[in-house]
Design a protein around this ligand. Sequence first.
Ligand code: FES
Length: 438
Amino acid sequence: MSSVIVEQFTPPAGPPTMLGTTPLPRRRLDATGLVMPWAADAATGTRAEILARDFAGIAPPAAPEEFTVEVTGIRDETPAMFTLVLRRTDGHPFTHRAGQFVRLGVPVDGPDHEPVDRCYSVSSSPVLSVYGDPSTFTVCVKKVPGGRVSTWIHDELTIGTVLEAQGPLGSFHLPDVDRRARYLLLAAGAGITPVLSMVRTLAALPGPVNAVVVYHCRRPGDFAFADELLDLAARTPGLTVQLSLGSGTPTDAPDWNFATGRLCADTLSTLVEDACGRRVFACGPPGYLSVAREVAAAVGVPRNAFREESFNDATTSVDVSPTEPVDTGLTVPPMPTVPDGAAPVTATGTTTVTFRRSGVTVDVPDGDTLLDAGRRAGVPLRSNCGNGVCGSCAVQKLTGSVHMTHNGGLRQREVDAGKILLCCSRPDGLSPTLELDC
Ligand code: FES
């Protein structure tokens, strides 16, 4: 690491405090459920009083926007993960929902070249300020052996570096209002980052907590934030944190006194008897998520109660949850419609679309997404969220026009340069042909 942290993020000791006040003791609040400060009008009685008194300064989450951030701190969490402390340079508050991510433009090729975009989950809580500064937040970066961007961040990034940013992004987040608020939070490795933001938030807000965290890593030293999570669990009735070594007890850590074993239905149903009645958030690498999906289904979790987020080196953290909304909570307000043409979508004709690099040409009904059409024609196309958020399906449009409505997956300068997101772009019927650089 070429730089040192200049400020430390210190988890609040004792009851969480906001704006210099002390929340009422949790036991005085009988109402169940979860209400975020920006949805306080959904609360009644004591909860409404607490939210109005102690969280009045919390701004509601904004729609995705572009801004710049200055790196004000860097801290190693484990040998394979570190925290970046980021402050908006415009001084505006950074707002988000617990579990969302931001996209950072990383200048790996120098300041004169286009930055490389990567997505990082926000680890700080939207209801607790970092250093008392509403414009400051934290993200976590996983060091990937041989990973170009994470290596650059680790080796080259210094305090004071200014990065392009976009966010908040993603629909993998706690709801604004949830009358049941029973959660099962599954995380593996660096997947703990959005879960940490959720746990910090649940522990800080007024009202009973009913959440179980099951956190898997390969080695004892891989558990980031374990002390903080265990401390929050000890101080928060209703919050349980289970650490588990997926590979069993290692010979070099015979004193490991937490759980061992991979995630499986037997273990989960023993640990969480009412798992089927909980909203599940799962975050980790793709292999872990496929297991989590199967295990959740095996213990009776309905598909629409299961949310997941995956990460890899190219896109550190992207939402891959089903696109249908969950039954409570709000989704991210969509970015304004970005038509690349003046007319609304028509579904009455077809457009001849050429995927130039693949050498495939196909007639596409004007209402179909280009992602669906390309895949039907056998074109190998990358995608992840399917919802215009993550940016993984971005391609360059060479000729023709489309109708695109995205949720923050492209920066405006990329749209201006002719980039489109295949998952949320359709032929608009204004040009008979369309050529794509993929
Ligand atoms: S798949 Fe995520 S933006 Fe298209």
